[in-house]
Ligand binder design. Structure first.
Ligand SMILES: [Zn+2]
Length: 119
């Protein structure tokens, strides 16, 4: 055995979850890059935790509030875009009718150029 192998500690391959207390292989624990180590709570417990959080009414309220703030912040930009693109603000059927009209005019023009004697 050389000196190098002595100072490198043997990586443990299992870890006991802080939450459920079940010893599990290391890959069942999320790896934290910043700390260069695995987290203390296993992935299953963390998933259960966030599932419980997501289904809470308080969380839903937080999401609604964040969305309200976000849409309020976006409003001026949306209004600006709508002012700059009035054509896009028409209902779909109007937009499609306008495009159809354009296509038809272009087709007529092409036909007229192809056979001028007919027109
Ligand atoms: Zn666990």
């Amino acid at each position: 055995m050389n000196s190098l192998t002595c100072i490198i500690p043997i990586e443990p391959t299992t870890k006991v979850c802080r939450k459920c207390g079940i010893p599990q292989p290391l890959e069942r624990f999320p790896f934290e890059k910043a700390r260069q180590t695995h987290r203390g709570t296993c992935k299953a417990c963390r998933a259960a935790e966030s599932r419980a959080l997501r289904s809470s009414a308080e969380h839903a309220e937080r999401i609604r509030e964040a969305e309200r703030i976000r849409s309020k912040r976006r409003r001026p930009y949306i209004l600006k875009w709508q002012r700059e693109h009035p054509d896009n603000m028409l209902p779909g059927y109007r937009r499609r009718a306008a495009r159809r009209k354009e296509r038809l005019a272009a087709a007529r023009l092409a036909a007229a150029q192809a056979t001028p004697q007919l027109f």
